[in-house]
Design a protein around this ligand. Structure first.
Ligand code: SIN
Ligand code: FE2
Length: 216
């Protein structure tokens, strides 16, 4: 990423690629309320460390809200209507979260976004996520809305091939990244979470990823 991109600290919306936007501080007004709800929620729905199809355990811990929840196991990646750890449906996406995701999508030019899943990724110090594409959804016409909470992290945003150059985006509490259309299948990932303590979430970063997983 070029230094120019960061020279204007007042800039709140940065285009990362065609159809991909970094909405700096977009969720900040709601972020503390969202965190308070998440802290309570995670007590009853502890996030789990999933296995990758290759048999490695992922470093982040995850759980979901919505009609579908993202799951990974030796059988592969995908969406399930039940949480296999509780054998129950996933709890519905809280209205205020849905509203936040829809407003962020609108801000990036994606009207009428109706996510049916919200993945909660909990990162502890050192946790990371390798470069990947989000391609388990039935329909790629809908964008991805990703909300960053807690400790800052470096988000990598690349191109349509794994080897394409990546931008290094320093995400802070309340930042949102939205990507869709020409960038819907761009590779992205997260560098290891650096040590620190966040006022609301402590030694953690939580990422919420809103997607439309089922058919339109
Ligand atoms: C993801 O790609 O699922 C998570 C991205 C992030 O944690 O920012
Ligand atoms: Fe992803």
């Amino acid at each position: 990423m070029t230094a120019d991109l960061f020279s204007d600290q007042m800039e709140s919306q940065v285009m990362l690629a065609d159809g991909a936007y970094w909405l700096r501080s977009f969720a900040l007004p709601q972020a503390d309320a969202v965190c308070a709800m998440l802290i309570e929620h995670l007590k009853n729905y502890p996030p789990q460390q999933m296995m990758t199809p290759m048999g490695y355990s992922m470093s982040v811990r995850t759980t979901s809200f919505g009609e579908f929840g993202w799951v990974s196991s030796k059988q592969g990646y995908g969406y399930a209507v039940k949480n296999s750890f509780t054998n129950e449906s996933w709890p519905p996406i809280p209205e205020s979260f849905f509203d936040l995701a829809q407003r962020a999508a609108n801000q990036a030019g994606y009207v009428n976004f109706k996510p049916d899943t919200c993945l909660i990724n909990v990162y502890e110090i050192g946790d990371k996520m390798g470069l990947h594409q989000d391609k388990d959804e039935a329909d790629f016409s809908q964008p991805i809305v990703s909300v960053s909470l807690g400790l800052p992290v470096t988000f990598q945003f690349g191109g349509l091939t794994r080897t394409a150059k990546t931008l290094k985006v320093p995400l802070s509490h309340g930042d949102v990244v939205v990507w869709g259309a020409d960038s819907r299948l761009c590779f992205h990932g997260v560098l290891p979470l650096k040590a620190g303590t966040h006022g609301t979430l402590g030694q953690r970063r939580i990422n919420l990823t809103f997607r439309k997983a089922g058919k339109m």
